[in-house]
Design a protein around this ligand. Structure first.
Ligand code: SF4
Ligand code: SF4
Length: 486
């Protein structure tokens, strides 16, 4: 794979030779395994709370865990069967073992009777539909898994003018969005119309990369059939990371989302194509988010393809569905080649954030030489889609200078790895930035907690002093007249 810096209006890199290795056939449903493990881990490192007990019988679509502090959305059983364990397990993208609900699949797919479709969504209020989307466990399926109802919730100070349906794959090699647009475009558009109704936007732009002709054709046909003047298709040049929300908005409308701000600040809400299709399924059938499209690719798997996979399916089962490993398998990666994470084993289970699994061989992996000193060439800054100065961030990260990191905008780093990929000195920029961002977060929280503790202590000391003064005043008042202090 060759990397060059993108030019013109695009900021990022072009990845030449990052070929698709998944089959282009319609995504079929992977078989449901005999046992599934639904991870309760949330992207921020916290976890959902189980609402079922070991030994309990659960039905397909039944809530098995929820978030009491609303940091996440409910999790539903993806099969029917018996809960055989609630235990700590390895989870994709988590450094520590996280709680998981293990279900022994009875193969009957007995549906929760509470799953009811919405007859005519146009007659429902935005609040009612948002409550449905929350209860249906819908999150952003582009990888971030941010709760969709929160992203769509109305904020009167920042009205939404445009809904962007993001069909630009996060990274080369991943085919979920491409496959969805090719084969489920009508469903995606229905979900987009539901979201338009909720946010009250006047237009919806479906963004697709220029190198996806089949997806473009299928979506254009579906837009024509829908006969809805609010819907249109926009073609985006193929570069990485065109699919980032901020990058996409900047390309489509020439507007930059302010640093530390949200797309809403410029009147835009962005949702992934998979999220739109999941909303369509929820509204039309009542079925919550219990499965998702996953691309299995890389030279280390016999028949790469994109499959509809039940949440909780072990990756080993997924690999078997694709014909098993080839003899050259070197590493299993969750995510794409740029931002993916290496996995310790294949017993980990598919979660709402799992869009791609790469069974990589040595030929898939880009060899990395030893890190050399920065030569201040500026290539990293030219490639950075967030308009940052990675060489400065690197210097402050190495010096553990939080103030410098904050000044140079570390919080706007999306850890895309573009700087890393173009750096001639082979500096491990993105991993250093990732660690620095997390440390800065910890330090900020610690400082906030320390300040809060200090404020509480001062308030407590002040209250004690006031109480003491009051006690002394009352004592003085009770003393017999004429008696003097000793
Ligand atoms: S690309 Fe690498 S060598 Fe060039 S300025 Fe950036 S960090 Fe330094
Ligand atoms: S600094 Fe962050 S956002 Fe910029 S290229 Fe590097 S990883 Fe991407």
């Amino acid at each position: 794979m060759e990397v060059t810096i993108a030019t013109g209006r695009q900021r990022g890199v072009r990845l030449i030779g990052a070929a698709q290795r998944s089959a282009a056939s319609a995504p079929s449903a992977a078989s449901a395994p005999p046992q599934l493990a639904l991870s309760l881990a949330l992207p921020d490192g916290s976890s959902l709370v189980p609402v079922v007990r070991i030994g309990e019988y659960v039905r397909l679509g039944q809530v098995v865990a929820w978030s009491p502090d609303c940091e996440g959305t409910p999790l539903h059983a993806s099969v029917s069967g018996q809960v055989s364990a609630i235990e700590l397990r390895d989870a994709i993208g988590m450094s520590a073992r996280m709680p998981a609900i293990v279900i022994d699949n009875d193969g009957r797919d007995e549906r929760d009777p509470g799953l009811i479709p919405v007859a005519d969504y146009t007659l429902r209020s935005a609040e009612e539909l948002l409550a449905r989307i929350e209860a249906g466990g819908i999150v952003g399926l582009g990888g971030a898994a941010f709760p969709t109802h929160l992203k769509l919730a109305p904020t009167p100070s920042t009205p939404v003018e445009t809904l962007v349906i993001n069909g630009v794959e996060c990274e080369p090699g991943i085919q979920c969005d491409d496959m969805l647009m090719r084969y489920r475009a009508e469903s995606m558009l229905f979900g987009a119309q539901v979201m338009l109704h909720i946010v009250g936007a006047g237009r919806c732009v479906i963004a697709i990369e220029a190198d996806k002709p089949e997806a473009i054709a299928a979506t254009r046909t579906a837009v024509k059939a829908a006969g809805d003047a609010r819907l249109s298709v926009a073609i985006v040049p193929t570069y990485y990371p065109a699919g980032g929300e901020r990058q996409l908005i900047e390309f489509l409308f020439g507007t930059q989302v302010p640093a530390g701000g949200l797309p809403r600040d410029v009147g835009v809400v962005c949702q992934n194509v998979g999220t739109a299709a999941a909303i369509a399924t929820l509204i039309r059938t009542g079925e919550p988010l219990v499965s998702r499209l996953v691309t299995v690719t890389g030279l280390g798997v016999a028949f790469p393809r994109t499959l509809e996979v039940r949440l909780g399916t072990p990756l080993s089962h997924l690999i078997e569905e694709c014909g098993g490993y080839t003899p050259d398998i070197t590493r299993l990666i969750a995510g794409g080649m740029m931002m993916g994470v290496a996995l310790p084993h294949d017993a980990l289970a598919v979660a709402k954030t799992t869009h791609c699994v790469i069974a990589a061989t040595a030929a898939d992996l880009v060899p990395r030489g030893p890190a050399m000193p920065c030569i201040r060439c500026g290539d990293c800054a030219e490639a950075c889609p967030s308009h940052l100065l990675p060489q400065e961030l690197y210097r402050h990260a190495v010096e553990e200078d939080d103030a410098g990191l904050a000044r140079f905008g570390i919080t706007d780093c999306i850890e895309c790895g573009c700087c890393d990929a173009v750096c001639p000195s082979q500096l491990p920029l993105v991993s250093v930035f990732g660690a620095a961002r997390r440390q800065l977060q910890v330090n900020t929280v610690t400082t906030e907690r320390r300040d809060l503790a200090r404020q509480r202590f001062n308030a407590h000391t002040q209250r004690l002093a006031v109480e003491q003064a009051e006690r002394q005043r009352r004592l003085k008042e009770r003393r017999p007249a004429g008696r003097k202090d000793e």
